[in-house]
Design a protein around this ligand. Structure first.
Ligand code: WT7
Length: 635
């Protein structure tokens, strides 16, 4: 029996029990047999959820790129590592072999070294979904620099906040990006962001769109000529197991994003192991995850997990609707994709279109379908199963988070019987717990509570960059000796988990995790606005859409409401990004508040969802009369 590749349900239960009874022995065996190390660890696990401090494979030395690249060269040198499918259908796809990828990574690593980047330095990457993006991550890892990828849909304000928070001295970007029939001026966004980032000394620019941009002398350089001149080999920096590999920002309940820090060895072991099993990847398969590398899904399951397994991973630059709604299926047919991993919001958007867009293509290569980012509703699940999988490809509904680094609750395809809307069983080594209102664990089945994890797993984030207290307060203070996820979940009669959604101030819109605070901060900066509150309401494509309640200042009262709505959304676009725009904006005279001054979002959520039959007790409010007014004028 190979613990590395699980093939039957019985085997799953057996390996699961082993992983829980003796986690250290279990992970030690996986780490030993499937990775290359420069030095073995002294200690498999050291942990304390109170501090909190978590260390896996302490004392070990390695470089993750030797695991993702070098070790494959003798056996898989000519195998395709990355298939690049461009946005425009008239541009040819690119097949980059492991040998070529190794060379490209080494060249970029040398360019970074030439620009003074050293082990431990932070490098900001703001690039579209082009091969240079994957190369940039690996080039940082090659020399021990910490990458901080910022999704290239974020605004200049969001970008500058992230650059400054982690003190990046260098930014990698491109002149522009292609998205459907639009091109976006990425360099312009970077230029604007850098007005607020005096610490950035260099900007290296990939030429992608050929658009007209301004290069700041002494600061900005085109990347390609530097790569051409760079040496094609680069010695890998030897890293400690717990050295940071990257920072990735995620929204929280206050305005500043949290820079989640992932470290090297545990992250590598867990993402590789989950990739192999959750996608049942076999040597000649073509695997495609449609996420952007700007999110954790792309880090773990486009780049590190697949490459550590020597897989062929597809990178798609475009959008599902261009040149038409058949694009995903065209790409599946063209590259004979075997595993396809996407988000419920994409499925719902495509399900609204004519079925011919799917039926036109030969999808018989597909073996596994994945879903991630938010709960997948039953209708979308069936559409995916019937029309894409032809009832022949199991759907893996994978629950996890930026903070968890890898997939936590998921079916294993061809192993775990699936049930629509259920993420089903904990992955190997994961010990979930449901907690009640009194912070007690709810045992048994057919129960519902707040989802926690009792024991560390190798890829858990180790801290929030520069703010360990916030890390402890956010994840380890609600329940003693538990990692708290922020999600609610239920466990059914057979022990399957169903994630019911966030129980905090995070709203998931089109699979993007948005904190209410940064959006409210952006709105409140509008000169006519006194105060605001954002809540989510159900939306048939996005899952949730945003509803904003806005109190105007006296000076704003005379302004045209529709113009104000446009300006508020413009403000949000500039501060957070277009994904955070509000679908509905209602102007109100007050917000329902508790006597301690806290906004009662529960009431606002109900009104926004048109579910006002039972608002609960409003008598304890400071200003109960405002509820009636808000209800009468709701949109
Ligand atoms: C939140 C984390 C991890 C990849 C992308 C999102 C929600 C994620 C599922 C799922 C129900 C899900 C949770 C979670 N979520 N996957 N399969 N079913 N909810 O990462 O941006 O850190 O968001 O996304 O609410 O806490 P993220």
């Amino acid at each position: 029996m190979s613990n590395y590749h699980i093939k039957h349900l019985e085997e799953y239960y057996q390996v699961y029990r082993k992983s829980v009874r003796n986690p250290e022995a279990f992970w030690e065996e996986i780490a030993e047999e499937h990775f290359v190390w420069r030095k073995r660890w002294d200690n498999v696990l050291n942990w304390d959820f109170k501090k909190p401090e978590i260390k896996w494979f302490e004392g070990a030395k390695l470089n993750i790129t030797e695991n993702c690249l070098d070790r494959h060269l003798p056996t898989r040198g000519e195998k395709t590592a990355i298939i690049f499918e461009p946005n425009n259908t008239d541009e040819e796809a690119l097949h980059i072999t492991y040998r070529q990828l190794h060379e490209r990574v080494c060249r970029m690593a040398n360019v970074l070294l030439d620009h003074g980047v050293k082990k431990g330095d932070r490098v900001c990457i703001y690039l579209p979904m082009i091969p240079e993006l994957s190369v940039a991550l690996l080039a940082c890892a090659r020399i021990g620099a910490i990458h901080s990828v910022v999704f290239a849909g974020f605004s200049s304000h969001a970008l500058s906040t992230r650059i400054n928070d982690s003190d990046c001295k260098i930014v990698l970007t491109s002149d522009g990006s292609f998205r459907g029939n639009k091109s976006i001026d990425l360099k312009g966004i970077v230029d604007k962001a850098l007005e607020a980032c005096p610490g950035v000394a260099n900007v290296l620019v990939v030429k992608r769109t050929g658009s007209d941009i301004t290069m700041v002398p002494g600061r900005d350089k085109w990347l390609q000529p530097l790569l051409d001149e760079a040496y094609a080999d680069c010695v890998a920096e030897i890293m400690d197991a717990e050295d940071p590999l990257f920072i990735l920002y995620t929204s929280g309940s206050t305005g500043t994003p949290k820079g989640m820090v992932h470290t090297t060895a545990g992250y590598m072991v867990y993402t590789a192991y989950t990739f192999k099993n959750v996608f049942q990847y076999k040597e000649n398969d073509v695997y495609w995850c449609t996420a952007d590398i700007g999110w954790i899904t792309g880090h773990s399951y486009i780049v590190y997990g697949p490459l550590a397994n020597g897989a062929t991973t597809l990178m798609f630059e475009g959008v599902p609707s261009y040149p038409d709604f058949g694009r995903f299926w065209d790409v599946v047919q063209k590259h004979k994709v075997n595993q396809f991993y996407t988000a419920p919001t994409a499925i719902r958007a495509l399900a609204k279109e004519n079925l011919e867009y799917v039926e036109k293509y030969d999808l018989s290569s597909l073996k596994v379908l994945g879903s991630v980012g938010e709960p997948i509703n039953e209708e979308a699940w069936h559409w995916y199963n019937n029309n894409v999988g032809k009832k022949n490809s199991p759907i893996v509904d994978t629950w996890w988070q930026t903070e968890t680094g890898g997939i936590m609750i998921t079916p294993i395809p061809y192993v775990t019987p699936t049930t629509p809307t259920y993420a089903t069983l904990p992955f190997i080594g994961i010990q979930p717990a449901l907690m009640d209102e009194n912070a007690k664990e709810i045992k048994g089945n057919q129960v519902e509570g707040r989802l926690c994890v009792k024991f560390p797993w190798p890829s858990i984030a180790r801290t929030i960059w520069g703010n360990h207290d916030r890390y402890r307060d956010t994840y380890f203070s609600a329940y003693e000796n538990m990692y708290f996820t922020g999600d609610g979940a239920l466990r059914d009669a057979v022990g399957y988990y169903r994630i019911t959604g966030r129980v905090d101030d995070v709203i998931i819109v089109s699979g993007h995790n948005l904190g209410t605070a940064p959006i409210e901060d952006a709105i409140n900066e509008h000169p006519a606005v006194a105060e605001s509150a954002i809540v989510g309401f159900p939306h048939d494509v996005k899952g949730n859409a945003l509803y904003g309640y806005v109190i105007l200042k006296e000076t704003g009262e005379s302004r045209d409401r529709d113009n104000l709505r446009k300006e508020i959304n413009q403000q949000i676009t500039e501060h957070v990004g277009p994904i955070a725009k509000l679908d509905k904006i209602q102007f109100v005279s007050g917000l329902p508040k508790t006597r301690s001054g806290k906004i009662m979002r529960r009431i606002l959520r109900k009104i926004a969802s048109n579910d006002t039959s039972n608002l609960g007790d409003t008598s304890t409010l400071l200003n109960p009369e405002v509820v009636q007014e808000i209800m009468e004028n709701s949109l």
